[in-house]
Ligand binder design. Structure first.
Ligand code: BGC
Length: 754
């Protein structure tokens, strides 16, 4: 075995890398800066246990350099896995499904390699394994972390029992970019909402102990600022100030590390000139340093190799020499660590300590997964279809995610006694499109096709005549089916027009430059309107759409997102009022694509938009503000929020605490849900603050006429922010509090930070 490298070599390799990276982020991080970001690193991982660490050290002590480099390799096919196993150089496999296949690979690792180190098996279990839940963006709309926790709990059980150990979820990229297809995979535009949902999901996957046969190791992704892709084009450049990096993009990751997330995935983008895969500031200094993350960092798919095309590395060896010291522990698909590790070590471009640290982190997760005791899965327990309980959970979750954008008349809910319903629109009989992007096992044999909207309506109104007429395709130009759709609408009591996007129109590499309803679907809505008969529009989509036409012309609009395997039933539940919608928008809906980025948590300019003053921040040709604001969502009942109270008018910057409470009353005629939302604004600060930022929310269910007091506790952490040296500051002064039912809440109070 090789002799350890000298400390000098370690310092040099690390020093070069760090200098380069710090320069890349503006070199703003002072020596002590990172330490001031956070509480003590040791507190971050409650599962630290000396026996586990001892076991890892003992194993590490026996490993050759080749074996160590092998642990850093992750491959994505069975063929690649077998080839790598033949050389004894493989740490994990992803995207291979099937208990028997996985066991076969594990047998080779455990019986035919020298140290018998088990493989870790990963998969993108994003919103379900066999049971698809609504897409994450929809889950964000539930404003109910329990929805994310349920999805993760159900998925973890199904996947782990089928041989998977590790999911590449939750995705928690905050974004202001509805053109970006991957907005579907995260929780929208707000870091507080994204943090709460991500933490719930991490806990749902991992439980208290992810060695359990019902749990998975989670992966917080994509680290970091992937949602800032310029123009919404996937993988694109992100140039971001340190304050925005820390205030907007990093909070869900920090919260997930505090919740014990096992792994983190690096992102494809650059961060202020330095690709994440070679960015020692974010990976080494912030994640592993300031946040005290003890798990391992996996690259994204060929992310290490892509450092060449980014222009950070001249060749594969260079790429490995940038990525490993920066903090990428495991290389997905590309093979530069195993190929060049020995050479780079000899050339002092990486150090033995860096290799050991990466191996140690990977082995620790394998130990925590219990893989050394239980490398194989019981093939008889493999889950190939959703259980009735899982289906019921998915249906309930989908109902909680839907957002009633508009309901004039009100047209909804539909009467159960309706005699005839025309379902019109290309998504009215869609199956897999209802699952949206990253649907568990895809469209394969083990995936139950989702219930269509037409079938859901038939089941909900068994006495009614329900017809289906597509009218057009989702993105075609042919309008010849409009006449049949109009005929169906004329013949029915009410028409449900189901339009939106196919599953492939959002998700990875699915940016759209135009986020109107694709094809001639808007014209189909217009054709339906022409009949003069009552109708409602149901949207199935993975991102905000520009729908001023619907707002102006459709009597009711229900945002159903991609609702998952029980989609049709869940939509019918809401249409017929079995479920009273209570979801809220986790992202602003723009009026027009030219207005993007438009988000509620923006900074003020020195000339905030004023329609009466030309020289203010706005467009000549468009009304200011979004079509639907963040936090917006209606119900079949009505609510009032009043009685705002603060427990104190002063909050000491150290150890202060203020209780904010308000009363929410159901003022309508039926039970329903309201999400009480708390926003703060710091009107005078050394870094200008967002005009509002969400710091609390609670979804309550109230019977008609009932009231409830909702309370939030604010601490200095809620009023502070990171500055451009990445220091967390709590500044003295006034804080405005807003409480209400959307980001446009008007009920307000103030307190002073002292
Ligand atoms: C995506 C990741 C995903 C990985 C593995 C990549 O293309 O960016 O989110 O986890 O593939 O499938």
């Amino acid at each position: 075995m090789e002799q350890p490298e000298s400390h000098e070599a370690a310092a040099t390799a690390d020093g070069v890398n760090r200098r380069r990276l710090l320069a890349g982020v503006g070199g703003l991080l002072a020596a002590g800066g990172a330490a001031s970001l956070l509480a003590s690193p040791a507190a971050a991982d409650p599962s630290t246990r000396p026996d586990r660490d001892g076991r890892v050290e003992a194993l590490l002590g026996k490993m050759t350099l080749e074996e160590k480099l092998g642990q850093l390799q992750l491959v994505g096919t069975e063929t690649a896995a077998r080839a790598a196993l033949a050389t004894g150089q493989l740490g994990g496999v992803f995207s291979v499904v099937g208990a028997a296949k996985l066991n076969a690979l594990q047998h080779i690792a455990v019986e035919q390699t020298r140290l018998r180190i088990p493989l870790i098996f990963g998969l993108d279990v994003i919103h379900g394994y066999t049971t698809n839940f609504p897409i994450p963006l929809a889950q964000g709309a539930s404003f109910d972390p329990a929805v994310a926790a349920t999805d993760a709990t159900v998925a973890a059980k199904e996947a782990r029992r089928s041989g998977i150990h590790w999911t590449y979820a939750p995705m928690m990229d905050v974004t202001h970019e509805p053109r970006w297809g991957r907005i579907a995979e995260g929780y929208g535009e707000d870091p507080h909402l994204a943090s709460r949902m991500a933490v719930a999901k991490v806990r749902g996957y991992q439980g208290d102990d992810y060695s359990s046969p019902d749990r998975l190791a989670a992966c917080a992704k994509h680290f970091v600022a992937y949602g800032g892709a310029e123009g919404g084009r996937d993988y694109n450049t992100v140039d971001v100030s340190l304050q925005r990096l820390h205030n907007l993009y990093l909070p869900p990751f920090k919260a997930s590390v505090e919740a014990g997330v096992a792994t983190v995935m690096a992102s494809f983008n650059t961060i202020s000139g330095v690709p994440a895969h070679g960015n020692g500031y974010v990976l080494h200094d912030v994640l592993k340093g300031a946040y005290g993350f003890r798990g391992f960092v996996v690259s994204d798919y060929t992310g290490v190799e892509e450092l060449i095309l980014h222009g950070l590395a001249g060749d594969g060896a260079d790429a490995a020499a940038a990525a490993l010291p920066a903090g990428v522990d495991m290389e997905m698909v590309s093979t530069n660590y195993v190929r060049y590790g020995r050479r780079l070590l000899a050339e002092h471009r990486i150090t033995r300590d860096q290799i050991d640290d990466a191996v140690r982190r990977i082995l620790l997760v394998k130990v925590k997964l219990g893989l050394f005791e239980h490398p194989y899965v019981d093939e008889s327990g493999e889950v190939k279809a959703p259980s009735p309980a899982a289906l019921a959970a998915s249906r309930q979750a989908a109902g909680r995610c839907m957002v009633l954008l508009k309901n004039d008349g009100p047209v909804l809910p539909l009467a159960k006694s309706v005699r005839s319903v025309a379902v019109v629109g290309p998504l009215g009989a869609a199956t897999y499109d209802l699952n949206g992007t990253w649907a568990g096992l895809g469209t394969g044999a083990w995936t139950t096709p989702p219930v269509t909207v037409a079938d859901g309506i038939k089941a909900a109104a068994p006495g009614a005549t329900v017809t289906f007429t597509a009218g057009c395709t989702v993105d075609g130009t042919d309008t010849s089916g409009f006449a049949a759709a109009q005929q169906a609408a004329r013949a029915a009591d009410v028409t449900v027009v189901v339009v939106g996007e196919t599953a492939a129109m959002s998700g990875e590499a699915a940016a759209r430059s135009n986020i109107d309803l694709p094809g001639v679907q808007q014209q189909l809505v217009a054709a339906t309107k022409e009949t003069g008969k009552p109708f409602v529009v149901v949207l199935v989509n993975g991102r905000p759409l520009t729908i001023p036409y619907l707002h102006d012309n459709a009597p009711a609009v229900l945002e159903a997102w991609a609702p998952g395997v029980q989609g049709g039933h869940a939509i019918a539940d809401v249409l017929f009022g079995v479920v009273n919608p209570g979801g809220k928008l986790p992202v602003s809906f723009p009026r027009a694509v030219g207005q993007i980025p438009i988000y509620y948590n923006h900074e003020n300019t020195g000339r905030p938009a004023d329609p009466a003053n030309k020289y203010t921040s706005k467009y000549l040709d468009l009304e200011s503000g979004p079509l639907y604001e963040f936090g917006h969502g209606l119900s079949y009942t009505t609510f009032r929020v009043d009685g705002l109270r603060l427990s104190a008018t002063r909050m000491p910057a150290r150890g202060g605490r203020i209780q904010v409470s308000a009363q929410v009353t159901n003022t309508g005629g039926r039970a329903g849900d309201e999400v009480v939302q708390l926003y703060l604004r710091d009107p005078v600060a050394s870094i200008v603050q967002p005009v509002r930022r969400l710091r609390g929310f609670e979804r309550v269910t109230l019977a008609a006429g009932a009231s409830e007091t909702v309370s939030f506790t604010l601490t200095p952490e809620d009023v502070g922010f990171y500055d451009n040296a990445a220091r967390f500051r709590v500044e003295p002064g006034e804080i405005e509090v807003y409480v209400g039912t959307s980001s446009a809440a008007t009920l307000t109070a103030r307190f002073t930070v002292t």
